[in-house]
Design a protein around this ligand. Structure first.
Ligand code: SAM
Ligand code: SF4
Length: 339
């Protein structure tokens, strides 16, 4: 019998996270995905357009205090040029992601969104960190469809520890603004942050359920040597996969990616993510010239990978899982059949 995620209490979530019903949990997650999405897996091309960041997240290689990476910024023309590969490759959405880089002001990002919407007809997801309500409202008016902002951990003390200068409360406030502005809003966490407990993860899942999101994301912590957490153990893949399966059960309509962090942790990681109920994959379409500089964790991007080959490989992963790569924009099901 499929597990009903809306009724799971804290203790039951903890038990499932600890492996109490592993085969049953994953079967339920896949059945739930199939009920909502059939065999479709949505593809999103991700353009990582700047690796400058004003923040100091202790887990991330792009943190302002790391002077190792060669910093880059793509011009608006280069960003739209990179996005223009998406329709050719059968990707219905472009995700524009960067460090928290205010060099790109409201008008610049707005013009990029308009250009992509008008010329390429893609769905646009933004992942630019915490920005002002005024900026977020303007970008929504320019046509941005979705916004990803992971709260990373719902433990307020750990949150402040790993995101110095940031608070859980501000992050959640920003998410609420996104929902008020009519974005499809996405959030999620990192599994295996040093100091994080299974209790914390159960609280994360309950918060994700409460937030009523359109997109949910969880990837394993991957230590970056040039960060304060560089000497820590990586997050457990088994735990990440259980967390993902539980996300599917608590939010059946959510778009859930098999993250690139999973693939970096294990070559077959993305396929395992699909087995855990994910229905989205986001291959990078960042230009090769700068791609290797987007080092949030080691092994994230390789400079010499051909974008076309990357997308072919993702489509093979999807087919191997018995699923179908979809060219659709892949909106939240709540925006169409389930209203
Ligand atoms: N700067 C924006 C932000 O933080 O929301 C967007 C880009 S940021 C690089 C995207 C995501 O990378 C973060 O939400 C975080 O979960 C993830 N990330 C960063 N460093 C990581 C690490 N060492 N291991 C796993 N995930 C990491
Ligand atoms: Fe910047 Fe995002 Fe990395 Fe934090 S996770 S340092 S905000 S790029």
């Amino acid at each position: 019998m499929t597990i009903n995620g809306s009724h799971l209490n804290h203790t039951e979530i903890m038990e499932l996270l600890q492996g109490a019903d592993d085969p049953g949990l994953f079967t339920s997650a896949r059945e739930t995905r199939e009920r909502i999405f059939g065999s479709d897996v949505y593809l999103r091309g991700i353009v990582e357009f700047s690796n400058h960041c004003r923040r100091r997240c202790t887990y991330c290689g792009l943190r302002a205090e790391n002077n190792r990476p060669q910093r880059y910024r793509l011009t608006p023309q280069e960003i739209v040029g990179a996005a223009s590969q998406a329709p050719v490759l059968g990707l219905g959405t472009v995700v524009l992601q960067s460090g928290e880089d205010t060099h790109y002001d409201k008008q610049t990002i707005g013009a990029i969104i308009r250009d992509i919407k008008e010329r390429l007809g893609l769905a646009v997801t933004l992942s630019l960190g915490e920005r002002t309500r005024d900026e977020l409202a303007f970008w929504r008016d320019c046509g941005a469809d979705r916004y990803l902002l992971k709260f990373e951990t719902s433990n307020p003390v750990l949150h402040q520890d790993v995101r110095p200068g940031g608070t859980l409360c501000t992050r959640l406030g920003c998410l609420q603004t996104l929902q008020e502005l009519g974005y499809e809003a996405g959030s999620g966490i990192i599994v295996g942050l040093p100091g994080q407990t299974v209790q914390d993860l159960a609280c994360d899942l309950r918060l994700l359920r409460e937030l009523d999101l359109d997109m949910l994301s969880a990837g394993p912590f991957l230590p970056h040597p040039d960060t304060p957490l560089g000497g820590s153990e990586p997050g457990s893949i088994a735990l990440t996969l259980r967390f993902m399966a539980l996300m599917r059960l608590i939010a059946p309509l959510g778009n859930i990616p098999a993250s690139s962090a999973l693939e970096v942790a294990l070559p077959e990681g993305r396929g395992m993510g699909l087995e855990a109920g994910a229905n989205v994959i986001m291959p990078t379409i960042t230009p090769g010239r700068v791609r290797a500089g987007y080092t949030i964790y080691p092994g994230k991007n390789a400079a010499n990978d051909d974008v076309r080959e990357l997308v072919i490989s993702v489509k093979k992963t999807i087919a191997t899982a018995g699923l179908t790569p979809s060219t659709d924009h892949g909106p939240s099901p709540r925006t169409f059949q389930y209203q």
